[in-house]
Design a protein around this ligand. Structure first.
Ligand code: GLC
Length: 738
């Protein structure tokens, strides 16, 4: 090692030592500046470059990318981060390469899509959101972070906080549904779970607010499609969950594939500089989505990779995922004056800041402990945690004839549907770290309660029409007392790049359901799916319907616990279920329009072939017991803290949990306001006959809204207040704000 390298090594060690002194006050700025001063322009550009650890995992490999080139770039300090690297051994190998070969020994940060667990898989995020249990959701993210950190990962590309009202879009499985208020609270809980209270600990990881912004509003529900929404919707529906989690300390943001106001998000100054970095004072860093930079050529926004580098850097995108734009052209762009070096320095400081906060400068191998990996992966506490999350995510949609809960002594049960025996599909989409076949199947969970059943596949969940298994299934149903049918979507029918044009049960499952129904009416339908489905026929004919989503590792056990009543279902839908895909986008907090209410002539906003009403509304979910609401009280004497109170009583025979929801309507305002908006919720348990008085407070934060220019205002006027068990069954009151 020559004299200069020795000096630099000493200097880096010095930084690490003084870092420990500063660690207490977390003030890394002087250390960041000291490192920045040492860096050449090429090394700065290197920090802004992220490569994939292996190909074709979550996006198309770039045509110029290859392993040999990557290793060369890693050795030259031209890579700041890797994604999709699996396991501590692999992570250590790459980190050692950088620490040994590069001049400045700036540690890599390792990112991964830990969306709902790493090895121990939680329910898909849309399912978790249906629990309305912020504590359980935070714990689920904590488990994911512990397992991810144990395998060398220090950064997850989650939570996705894209609001969407379109179930055709496969990625609704990855979010928290259609509501901004709930989506914000859930986003905060997930970030807290991932990042914990101390990012420098070796079991916390940096989180990532994605995708900024408006990806959930793609036209026709078709993934990667155009987005064209007004700034009023942007400020009131799309931005708030991002703003909420940035204020709660999320350390990275991912931009998105789509354009906004005609400019791709990756080069969008309004989004990344004006809003994120200037207005919201975000001091972490922004990463592009997979090759979203290079795709600006396809958008017709950049003519070549050189222009991609210029427009992305000027637009505020700090790190380039798999476009090879920065590593190929950013140095030259700065040298030619197309990009100000100040912007590069700002981007690099943001990246270094997060690396310092993670403690990577103090110990680049702190996440590489093979012993911890063995001891923590699939830890019994994690299995118990995801089981708890799974059962709380299940939504009871219908329970006529009181078929549920099933009796443990019940015999002559038929279980029908390929998904019932499946050990992969229940894990859901976005499970890159999971091992195949690790979900507890419905059959396995069921057996723990009741072995008196026979199974027939009947039909699988693919899109093909295949009735070969019908005869066996129908014959079994004919001689059974109760039929449990497990139907729905495979994990590969929702998620990224998996939009659908219908919301029916895929393939021949609907036909199978009707064939079985023709011989046995006592059907319990267990749905496994990654999006709302238009199961209108089932709702009309099938007596019992349980929404079980894709519940992850403990699917079968959670479903069995609910089917046999060991857990009384408490979930509530966070995304509206349509009657018909033609109603989409359909959501509860809509504007009334000038002709929204029924009128005695045909000139009002309606369909001539379908009702406007949803199949199941936002916030809907039943219990094995019943809850009664009474005595709604509103006290607006203190205008900055309007008190709302309601009494909830369990009038059934079983203990259960309820999610009481509070909605408001700003009746007349300077901008139209939704017919109702969720502004509070509480989940609590009640024993049979027990009552509780539930209190809420409405402050300006809940009563106000954003103008189309993004200014938050609170206006005087008449407010309706609604409280109840879902967004339709509500007690109503009101007050006047002076
Ligand atoms: C994907 C997704 C993004 C993910 C990234 C890395 O295309 O859009 O959500 O984090 O690439 O896998």
């Amino acid at each position: 090692m020559n004299k200069t390298s020795k000096l630099i090594t000493v200097f880096i060690i010095f930084l690490a030592i003084c870092g420990n002194i500063q660690a207490q006050n977390k003030g890394f700025e002087s250390r960041i500046d000291s490192v920045l001063k040492l860096m050449t322009l090429e090394e700065k550009v290197g920090q802004m470059n992220q490569y994939n650890g292996f190909w074709e995992v979550t996006g198309p490999a770039p045509k110029d990318g290859n392993a040999k080139m990557k290793y060369e770039h890693l050795k030259k300090g031209l890579v700041g981060s890797m994604l999709n690297v699996k396991g501590t051994a692999e992570v250590r190998k790459l980190q050692e390469l950088v620490m040994k070969e590069t001049r400045l020994k700036i540690p890599l940060i390792f990112g991964f899509d830990v969306i709902h667990g790493y090895k121990t898989i939680s329910p898909i995020p849309l399912a978790e959101s249906a629990s309305w249990d912020l504590e359980a959701i935070e714990k689920s993210a904590r488990i994911a972070a512990i397992e991810a950190a144990a395998v060398g990962i220090n950064w997850t590309f989650a939570p996705m906080v894209d609001i969407s009202r379109d179930a055709r879009w496969g990625r609704v499985m990855e979010g928290a549904g259609e509501d901004t208020y709930l989506g914000s609270k859930i986003g905060i809980a997930r970030v807290k779970g991932f990042q914990g209270n101390d990012l420098s600990s070796n079991n916390t990881i940096a989180a990532c607010a994605k995708h900024f912004a408006a990806y959930g509003f793609i036209e026709a529900g078709r993934d990667y499609n155009t987005v064209d929404i007004g700034t009023y919707t942007l400020h009131n529906v799309v931005f708030p969950p991002f703003k909420a989690i940035i204020e709660s300390g999320v350390r990275t943001v991912m931009n998105s594939f789509n354009v906004l106001n005609g400019v791709p998000a990756t080069a969008n100054k309004f989004l990344q500089r004006e809003i994120l970095k200037d207005k919201w004072k975000f001091d972490g860093f922004i990463i592009s989505d997979w090759s979203s930079g290079a795709e600006m050529i396809n958008h017709g926004f950049a003519a070549n990779l050189k222009e991609v580098a210029e427009t992305s850097a000027n637009g505020g995108s700090d790190m380039d995922m798999e476009s090879l734009a920065y590593v190929s052209h950013l140095k030259e762009a700065v040298e030619n004056g197309k990009v100000d070096i100040k912007l590069v320095d700002d981007a690099v400081k943001r990246i270094l800041r997060v690396k310092f906060e993670l403690g990577l400068f103090d110990d680049p191998y702190k996440y590489c402990d093979e012993k911890r990996e063995k001891e923590l992966i699939r830890h019994p506490d994690h299995i118990a945690g995801v089981l708890d999350m799974a059962k709380k995510s299940i939504v009871l949609l219908k329970n006529d004839k009181q078929l549920l809960p099933l009796k443990k002594t019940q015999d002559k049960i038929a279980i029908i549907g390929a998904l019932a025996e499946d050990k992969d599909h229940p894990l859901g989409s976005w499970v890159i770290g999971a091992d195949k076949g690790t979900a507890v199947s419905v059959l396995e969970g069921f057996k723990k309660y009741n072995n008196n059943f026979k199974f027939a596949k009947g039909a699988n969940s693919t899109f093909e029409q295949d009735e070969k298994g019908f005869a066996e299934a129908v014959a079994l149903a004919k001689k059974s007392e109760i039929v449990v049918m497990v139907l729905g979507e495979g994990a590969d029918q929702s998620g990224e790049a998996r939009s659908r044009t219908t919301l029916d049960l895929p393939g021949s499952q609907q036909k199978l359901l009707e064939a079985v129904y023709a011989v046995n009416k006592n059907i319990v339908l267990v749905l496994m799916n990654g999006r709302p489905l238009a199961i209108t026929w089932a709702d009309k004919n099938i007596p019992c319907i349980l929404e079980s989503w894709h519940l992850g590792t403990e699917s079968g056990n959670a479903i069995a616990q609910v089917l046999f009543g060991d857990y009384n279902p408490s979930g509530k839908l966070t995304m509206t279920f349509p009657r018909n895909v033609g109603q989409v986008p359909i959501y509860y907090n809509y504007f009334n329009t000038g002709r929204g209410d029924y009128q005695p002539h045909r000139y009002w906003s309606h369909y001539i072939d379908e009702s406007n009403a949803p199949l199941y509304p936002f916030g809907y979910g039943l219990s094995y017991t019943q809850f009664e609401y009474s005595n709604l009280q509103i006290d607006a004497s203190n205008q900055s803290a309007v008190k709302v109170q309601v009494t909830v009583k369990n009038i059934g025979k079983l203990a259960g949990e309820e999610v009481t929801q509070l909605y408001i309507r700003d009746k007349f305002a300077s901008f139209v306001r939704p017919v109702k908006e969720l502004k509070g919720f509480k989940k609590f348990a009640l024993a049979p006959n027990e009552s509780k008085v539930i209190d809420f407070v409405l402050t300006e934060a809940e009563l106000g809204f954003y103008t189309d220019k993004g200014d938050f205002i609170v206006e005087a006027g008449e407010f309706e207040v609604m409280v109840g068990t879902d967004s339709q069954k509500l007690l109503k009151g009101g007050f006047v704000r002076k």
